[in-house]
Every structure is written in structure tokens, then in C-alpha cells.
Design a protein around this ligand. Sequence first.
Ligand SMILES: Cc1cc2nc3c(=O)[nH]c(=O)nc-3n(C[C@H](O)[C@H](O)[C@H](O)COP(=O)(O)O)c2cc1C
Length: 188
Amino acid sequence: MGKISLRPNNDYCPQTLFLYGTYDENGNPDFGLFCWFSYIWDGELGVMCCIGGNKTTRENIERSKIFSANLVTEKLLAVADHLGNTSGSDPDKMKIDLDIGKGAVLDVPILNDSPVNFELEVTDLIQKHDGEVILCKIRNVLQDESLSSDESVDKKLSSIAPVRTTARTYLGNDGSNLGAWGEPRKRL
Ligand SMILES: Cc1cc2nc3c(=O)[nH]c(=O)nc-3n(C[C@H](O)[C@H](O)[C@H](O)COP(=O)(O)O)c2cc1C
């Protein structure tokens, strides 16, 4: 099988999706959709992520140094797609049906319908030319009680059905095609 050389891209490298929750300076919650999210080790598990360009999420994180990362599931996909395709500067962005709670340890908005919520505190903000890399300490993980059962991991994953993405396409937990970016929000 031959290979072809391509410009930088990450197609066919699926990533897990998260909705980052922040408050603006007036205490209003904002959620944005993000996939450049992974983990680091520094004596304990931490998180690293990248935000490119100007975004409300980025402004709020730079100011407050705290945010939540809420795992996106198939049930949440239509709202997630809306939140990932609408800027926080749009006054109507957050006028959708969302069950918003609060972190248990940090003053961050969380999505109650997401089964896993990270409460994150920024330790390092690495400014690049048009984006920034953010390193975080995990201050708390909120998890649905159902995930503490003795069932196998694969059964629990199929019950919560996390969404992955690659090539501007959403994929279900079973690998099925859930639509191109911008499509699921049409169901709202
Ligand atoms: C599937 C998907 C994944 C995304 N992942 C990222 C990401 O990892 N980093 C980033 O800077 N923007 C990412 N975005 C773009 C932001 O979600 C988008 O700019 C959003 O409008 C930001 O909202 P805000 O202005 O309220 O922060 C993604 C968008 C989509 C649709």
C-alpha cells in the first residue's frame, strides 16, 4: 500500500468532544465545543487543551483561570453542535434548553446532562501566535453514579454513548456517522 504526503491535518484521528463551561464577567454561563483536549502527567493526572483564535471561552478562562469540561454524548450532540458553531458574542447563543448546574469544588457552570464533568483550574497559559495551550489541574471529576456499577466498561460506554469527531464529522460510540459539523443543530 502506497502513502501520499499531505498538508497538516488530523483526519482519521478521532477525538473526544467536550463542552467547556465558563462564566462571563457578569456571571452569565457560556459553553463552547472543543476537541483539542488531552491529558498530562505532573505527579497526578492533569489536562491540556488548545484554544485557537478569539473566543468567549478563551476570554473567560484567561480572566477566571477556571472552567468545566463536560463530556459530549449522543444525547447532547444537537446542542453541542449549536454551541460549537455559534460564537459567544451572539446574544442568542445561550437561549437554548440546557440544564446548567454548578461544580462541586470550583465556581464553574456544568451541564447536568453530561455524565462526566471535569472541574479544571489553569496552571499554565502558553500564548502562541494565534492561539494558546492551556495546562490544568483537575480539581474534581463529577461522574454519574451509574458509571460506578460493576458492569463492563464497554457496556457503560454504550449506555452513555460519547461522541467523537474527525474530518469535520461526528461519530457515535459504535463508529456510526452522526452527521457533518453543523448538521445535528438543525434538529433543535
Ligand atoms: C466539533 C467541533 C470541535 C471544536 N473544537 C475546538 C477546539 O478544540 N479548539 C478551538 O479553539 N475551537 C474549537 N471549536 C470551535 C468553537 O467551539 C467555536 O469557535 C465556538 O463558537 C466557541 O464558542 P465561544 O465563543 O462561546 O467560546 C470546535 C468546533 C466544533 C464544531
